[in-house]
Write a protein that binds this ligand. Structure first.
Ligand code: M6R
Length: 609
């Protein structure tokens, strides 16, 4: 993981780099560091822990240099410590490197560099790059880097500066994301466009095995052999303040509250009224292709995987296509059978998750057509797919995914409804009902957010519990998995999501008064069975919080507390049920005083396998 930034211009580089790193802290926050060209050398400042520490250190010892690179780290090789923090330098301190990714052959490179007399200061894989560039440096940083990169195996987004050339910065990418921000008399590099949006709305999105040489007034893009390449500048579509907290205590809270408007954006131009067909620009599939589908394979990680599980359910139920959903990290191991006319649907908020990208490539190699459901425009997953349906959520900064999840669900529900209509596999009245319900989802979500005080009240009863179960059946099993993931990742309360049908096969042994159960019991095919499961938990003295639909009198007799959601078709309920589960996890974690936007050990975007 990790985030990198770089600046060359006429402002103090520390200001730009620290502000850029704040936007990238979601990528890791084990340590932070910066290198600035100053007084003929490179000044390096590093701190263990979050960026605030770096900002404080720089406030005490300000640097005025106008070219610099910065880094925020999620530790992979070597524990979080000052010596392992980036930037890493050559032995004489004149070349500095920031890196996101993993150099897979670093141990071999380190051994041979050591034989040549290079001494290593850190335990990281990155340090070999600084020594390699130094080894090949003969007065031309870009040439030295091009030579050094031939020795590297693995993934990297890199920013490199050299004290001997304070008017040039080199950046390159293989497998880890990188953009170059285009300024006026100043230029930028960063792991994502959000980090440079404060200063520019135009970027080059760098592809694998490409590099950029930046000066204050110029950006030269080449491949790693130095052959010129051209990219059209990409216009960032959101305003500079889109990634601010806007009065909310946490980004996660802001992002939960943004869901109604984000959903409207997501529906815009795709679903206009219940009687008209859904239009999904970017899907890039003909009606014949949709009709001819023999199999759909979903793949994703974490929350996006839970969205994929809902997608699988809907595609089978509505479009009658055999569907599977794999954890991206496990897909290759299974060596899935890809039949002719197999569609792969790849789900990712960031579009940069390494496991998901690897799974995408595997499915493509096996002959599947790949459509991705992605938030980050022009991300690696988006660019490598045959079709892309953007979820239109805007920047999601909180590590816990919230608005991206509900928008992934909304997008997948539109896709399944569209496929069913084209394939003629579902009753037209049911499809009309689904389309009408989807149009009502933004308003229902707003209603749910307006009930936040009730949810905070429920949170206050359970926030000290050590364990929780989340149970559901049918289309809401992924809601239980997602509810449990939300709670555990930000509160550190141990939480398990289960199909309620599995309870009797083992987990019910754990029920006792200190463990609370969240049971998703919405009206529909599995409601009665869920009531049975709630009774089984209650009979063993386990407290139950139900998620149920407004007007359900029965549930108030069964559960200790109820999180109410507005009435909707069962197939739509994973979207609305997610809202109280997000708010419950949020308020429990806030009551526990957790670092909600940056939970321990996590990073927002996992760009290593
Ligand atoms: O960017 P992606 O959607 O590919 O990320 C996948 C997971 O890493 C992500 O959903 C993760 O599980 C979140 N922290 C969950 O809140």
């Amino acid at each position: 993981m990790c985030g990198i930034v770089g600046y060359i211009g006429d402002r103090p580089a520390t200001e730009v780099c620290v502000a850029g790193l704040r936007r990238l802290e979601y990528r890791g926050y084990d340590s932070a560091g910066i290198a600035v060209a100053e007084n003929g050398g490179l000044e390096i400042v590093k701190v263990v822990g979050k960026l605030d520490g770096l900002a404080e250190a720089l406030a005490e010892n300000p640097l005025s240099g106008t070219m610099g690179i910065g880094h925020t780290r999620w530790a992979t090789h070597g524990k979080p410590s000052e010596v392992n923090s980036h930037p890493h330098t050559s032995m004489d301190g004149r070349i500095a490197v920031v890196h996101n990714g993993i150099i897979e052959n670093y141990a071999d490179l380190r051994d041979s560099l050591q034989e040549e007399g290079y001494e290593f200061a850190s335990e990281t894989d990155t340090e070999v790059i600084a020594h390699l560039v130094d080894k090949y440096y003969k007065g031309d940083l870009a040439a030295a880097f091009r030579r050094a990169v031939k020795d590297l195996e693995g993934a990297f987004a890199l920013g490199i500066v050299c004290a001997d050339d304070p008017d040039q910065m080199v950046a390159a990418r293989r497998f880890s994301p990188l953009v170059v921000g285009i300024g006026d008399g100043e230029n930028f590099i960063a792991s994502d466009m959000g980090a440079v949006r404060e200063w520019t709305d135009r970027v080059y999105v760098i592809d694998d095995d490409e590099m950029a040489v930046l000066t204050r007034h110029d950006i030269v893009l080449t491949d790693l052999d130095g052959n010129p390449i051209e990219h059209e500048p990409y216009q960032i579509p959101w305003p500079a303040d889109a990634a601010e907290k806007g009065g909310h205590k946490h980004f996660m809270h802001k992002e939960i509250h943004e869901q109604p408007s984000a959903m409207r954006e997501c529906l815009l131009g795709r679903l206009t009224d219940a009687d008209s067909p859904i239009k999904l620009d970017g899907l890039n599939m003909t009606e014949d292709e949709i009709r001819g589908l023999r199999k759909i394979v979903f793949t994703a990680c974490g929350t996006a995987y839970h969205a994929g599980l809902v997608g699988r359910f809907l595609m089978e139920k509505l479009a009658r296509v055999p569907a599977e959903c794999d954890l991206a990290a496990e897909l290759r191991a299974r060596d899935p059978v890809v039949l002719e006319d197999t569609l792969a649907i790849v789900v990712s908020q960031s579009g940069e998750t390494a496991d998901t990208l690897v799974a995408l490539r595997e499915l493509k190699d096996k002959g599947a057509k790949v459509v991705s459901v992605v938030n980050t425009v022009d991300s690696s997953i988006a660019r490598e797919s045959d079709g892309v349906v953007y979820i239109q959520a805007g920047p999601e900064i909180g590590v816990a995914s919230t608005k991206a999840y509900t928008l992934q669900l909304l997008t997948l529900t539109m896709m399944a409804t569209h496929f069913a209509a084209v394939r003629g596999t579902a009753n037209e009245e049911d499809l009309r009902d689904l389309r009408a319900s989807m149009l009502g989802v933004p308003e229902q979500t707003q209603e749910l957010i307006d009930r936040e005080d009730d949810i905070r009240e429920v949170a206050s009863k359970y926030y000290e519990a050590p364990d929780a179960f989340y149970l559901a059946r049918g289309v809401n099993v992924p809601s239980a998995l997602e509810g449990a993931l939300k709670l555990k990742e930000i509160s550190y309360i141990h939480a398990e999501g289960y199909s309620a049908g599995e309870m009797k096969h083992g987990p019910i042994a754990l029920i006792e008064p200190n463990l609370f159960t969240v049971a998703i019991a919405v009206e529909g095919e599995v409601y009665e069975k869920m009531i049975g499961n709630i009774q089984e938990v209650k009979a063993r003295s386990g407290p139950v919080v139900a998620v149920a639909m407004d007007g359900d009198a029965e549930i108030t007799r069964q559960a200790d507390d109820v999180l109410w959601i507005p009435e909707c078709p069962e197939l739509i309920s994973p979207i609305t049920a997610a809202i109280p589960l997000q708010l419950l996890a949020y308020h429990i974690s806030d009551m526990l005083g957790r670092e909600i936007d940056q939970p321990r050990n996590l990073a927002k975007t996992v760009t290593v396998e």
